[in-house]
Design a protein around this ligand. Structure first.
Ligand code: SF4
Ligand code: MG
Length: 326
């Protein structure tokens, strides 16, 4: 069977007066049913852009200029807007950082849950109302039967994000894209929300694409992780491998920002410098100006993802092991 989601060689461009900017350049990965794929990187790496491309929400004049996005083997990147909108509600749920952009302030949370279910599931009003209460209970909203009649602004930030999770899951999607779902919340609530999301999706075999700049959240939550840099995937592999033994120098730098999970891991120095602007992506390996291990070839030739023994890394240091592009 094809993977639940497959992204192949995705390219997203933004035309500007000074030329075309490439926001995503050859991004490829897959997510299996029931799996949590973490997507991590500094801001501007292309994480949110990748999520937006999958749900068809790239803001014009940005556009998908190449590659394919497949859901259970069917292309969804070239669908007309209406069909994609239906898939987005029914098969792909979305959770964003700010719940107020997802929730409609004019309707009660019960109405929003009910409408979502009535649109996407073969159930009637009565059943939708019953399930709406059930969802609020499941995400840990106290006195759910009463709160169903409350408006979004009547909830605290943490409770609102729980409502958003209920809204994203109530149509029983196969894939949830969660973009910085806890960044706006304080730390103790962050952990609760992540545990909740993970529990609910695991129960149902839902796949999750978890986008965050926080490697700590990824380490605790994800099965696999894709590390992005300058619109490309720098490294992808099982989270334990990537966390314990990063193969790409950029991943190694990111790891220095969280405490090691295991004492045998050496501490790695933080990386100097900043992610390049889209208009200034260096030739060759985009990371080479910041890379402590850069050599001649890195400045001239762009590495593809190479087999790095346990992960795949876009880094020439792994050419000897791979001997070829993986
Ligand atoms: Fe560093 Fe070269 Fe590897 Fe890029 S390809 S990460 S510059 S060693
Ligand atoms: Mg973002």
């Amino acid at each position: 069977a094809p993977p639940l989601l497959e992204v192949r060689d995705l390219r997203v461009e933004f035309p500007t007066r000074r030329g075309v900017l490439t926001a995503l350049d050859g991004v490829s990965f897959a997510i299996e049913a029931g799996e949590v794929l973490g997507v991590v990187g500094e801001s501007g790496a292309g994480k949110s852009m990748t999520g937006a491309a999958i749900i068809g929400l790239i803001e014009p004049p940005g556009r998908i200029a190449g590659g394919q996005i497949l859901l259970e083997g069917r292309r969804i990147d070239d669908l007309p807007y209406e069909r994609l909108r239906r898939i987005r509600g029914r098969e792909i749920g979305a959770i964003f950082q700010d719940p107020l952009t997802t929730l409609n302030p004019l309707y009660t949370v019960g109405e929003q849950l009910e409408e979502t279910m009535l649109t996407h599931l073969p159930i009637g009003r009565e059943e939708a109302r019953r399930r709406a209460v059930g969802w609020l209970e499941r995400v840990g909203i106290p006195a759910a039967a009463q709160r169903i009649g409350s408006y979004p602004h009547e909830f605290s930030g943490g409770m609102r994000q729980r409502v958003v999770i209920a809204l994203a899951l109530c149509a029983e999607p196969k894939l949830v894209i969660a973009d910085e779902p806890t960044t706006a919340l304080d730390v103790s609530i962050q952990a609760q929300i992540i545990a909740l999301l993970k529990g609910l999706t695991r129960e149902r075999g839902t796949a999750v694409m978890l986008i965050t700049h926080d490697m700590g959240v990824i380490a605790e939550t994800a099965d696999r992780v894709a590390v992005m840099y300058a619109g490309r995937i720098a490294e992808i592999g099982p989270v334990r491998e990537v966390v314990k033994h990063p193969r790409h120098p950029y991943t190694a730098g990111l790891m220095a920002s969280i405490p090691p999970l295991d004492r045998r891991v050496e501490r790695l120095a933080q990386i100097e410098g900043a992610m390049p602007r889209l208009s200034e992506i260096p030739p060759g390996c985009a990371f080479h100006p910041r890379c402590p291990q850069a050599f001649d070839r890195c400045r001239r030739e762009r590495p593809g993802l190479l087999d790095a023994g346990g992960t795949r890394a876009a880094c020439w240091l792994h050419l000897d092991r791979a001997g070829r592009h993986a």
